[in-house]
Design a protein around this ligand. Structure first.
Ligand SMILES: Nc1ncnc2c1ncn2[C@@H]1O[C@H](COP(=O)(O)OP(=O)(O)OP(=O)(O)O)[C@@H](O)[C@H]1O
Ligand SMILES: [Mg+2]
Length: 433
């Protein structure tokens, strides 16, 4: 049977206990024949109350009015788990869990390591869920299994930790590596995954910290001291890990700069070996902490030390988005332009419209654009809507969907030509001539 789960972001001002809010949510949601996929209480109140009035007698309605007021006072937004999105309307679906959370508004805090006369920015720490990563997970579109694989990984890891499974018999290192070409969303998915773990408390911890290690500054500036610095930094990390109430997620972005293959380091090979060894030893020592997860990203897998790659439980290739994901990325951008009234008139695109039945004309156009954009990175796709407006809408303040789609098509075409020129300078010269 399908089970529908929700994430519920609470207003920071809410004065009710989470239990009360959840009870009210449950009461209201149980009245639905079809569970809502997305709801902001204020906008939906009239519709929901009308629905409730039809099926309830007056006394019950009064009680529900109180529940509704609690929701309205405390809840900022409710979204359905995306793995449930297609099941929400199913008859007989059962209401599962509500994950209620507040977002922390504090920006990442820089932590420094004192090194002789200088202070080195070693890492940045956030308490999660954090406003900085709000909505990030939902904004990322990959081939369908990537996100659910991550969630399954965390759930399995938590299950084995909870059952105190012997790590020498079943070994998992709590290290994940995202690798792939530039601009495909590796850093973003790593941050978004950490935020998701915190919201759903998948690993069972009430508090979650994300520590993002600045591998570049550690490695390049203080090359000859790097081995020692790695140790110092990890001892800071252990301070967090020792607090058993906190789930600590360590993000080592662009890990290749820390672990660039021992043989490949031309200038100071001995030091490179020391650094790699220090990182590997430290990673091994973190293995015994059930509350630590290490997430690494790299866009040059070939340069990472093999011993390091071997330690990663999951090596996830993050590639260029497929046409269906491209459609979702572009549609979310168009939707934003429509909501902010840059696109005017009728808006006839549906989210996830790439494979919905009976596509509208605009959907057909966007599908064709998405097919043509295969091979373009997520980072470029997020920029193209801006370029389309700038270059191909003749400075208009407002533009119709049809005209904007035309501009989008041209912008993608023009980006392709520019990239071709960059990769083939000879052609560029001959074209100029
Ligand atoms: N698949 C995607 N879906 C939606 N947005 C994406 C996707 N891939 C990248 N983006 C967007 O592109 C931008 C860059 O992403 P990010 O920095 O995470 O890429 P990266 O793979 O870490 O790049 P690099 O290898 O250069 O470090 C972000 O704003 C991100 O939201
Ligand atoms: Mg990155």
């Amino acid at each position: 049977m399908a089970i529908i789960n929700y994430e519920v972001r609470l207003k920071n001002s809410s004065s009710y206990d989470k239990e009360d809010i959840e009870a009210s949510l449950r009461k209201i949601f149980e009245l639905f024949d079809e569970y809502p996929t997305y709801l902001i209480p204020k906008a939906e109140k009239a519709r929901i109350m009308r629905y409730i009035n039809e099926i309830m007698d007056e006394t019950d309605t009064k009680n529900l009015e109180r529940d509704f007021n609690i929701i309205e006072e405390c809840v900022a937004e409710i979204i359905v788990f995306e793995e449930n999105e297609n099941r929400v309307g199913l008859p007989g679906a059962k209401l599962g869990s509500f994950h209620l959370y507040h977002v922390d508004k504090a920006d990442g805090e820089e932590e420094h390591i004192d090194e002789e006369e200088a202070e080195i920015a070693a890492c940045q720490t956030w308490m999660l869920p954090n406003r900085s990563f709000y909505g990030l997970w939902e904004s990322l579109h990959y081939k369908s299994s990537l996100k659910s694989d991550l969630v399954k990984y965390a759930e399995t890891s938590f299950l084995l930790s909870q059952k105190s499974v012997n790590n020498t018999l079943i070994s998992w290192n709590k290290v994940i590596l995202f690798h792939g070409p530039p601009g495909t969303g590796k850093t973003s998915i790593a941050q978004a995954f950490a935020q998701k773990l915190a919201i759903r408390q998948i690993c069972g911890y009430q508090n979650t910290a994300l520590i993002e290690i600045n591998s570049h500054s550690l490695f390049s500036k203080w090359f000859s001291e790097s081995g020692k610095l790695v140790q110092k930094m990890f001892s800071k990390i252990r301070d967090y890990a020792d607090d058993k109430t906190i789930m600590t997620i360590i993000l080592i972005d662009e890990v290749e700069s820390l672990t660039s293959a021992r043989s490949g380091s031309a200038n100071e090979p001995a030091d490179a070996v020391r650094v790699v060894n220090a990182v590997l030893t430290q990673l091994d020592s973190l293995k015994k902490y059930p509350n630590v997860l290490v997430v690494c990203t790299s866009n040059i897998t070939g340069k990472i030390d093999l011993a390091f790659i071997d330690r990663a439980d999951m090596k996830i290739f993050v590639g260029m988005p497929e046409p269906k994901a491209i459609y979702s990325i572009l549609e979310s951008a168009l939707n934003e332009l429509y909501c902010k009234k840059v696109i005017s008139g009728e808006y006839t695109l549906r989210a996830g419209g790439y494979d919905l039945p009976n596509p509208t004309d605009s959907e057909r156009t966007l599908i064709a654009i998405s097919d043509a954009a295969e091979g373009v990175s997520g980072r470029t796709l997020r920029k193209i809507p801006f370029l389309a407006l700038m270059k191909f809408c003749e400075g208009a303040q407002q533009v119709t969907l049809e005209n904007y789609l035309n501009a989008l098509e041209k912008a993608i075409e023009s980006d392709k030509i520019e990239r071709q020129h960059l990769s083939d300078p000879e052609e560029k010269t001959s074209m100029k001539a």
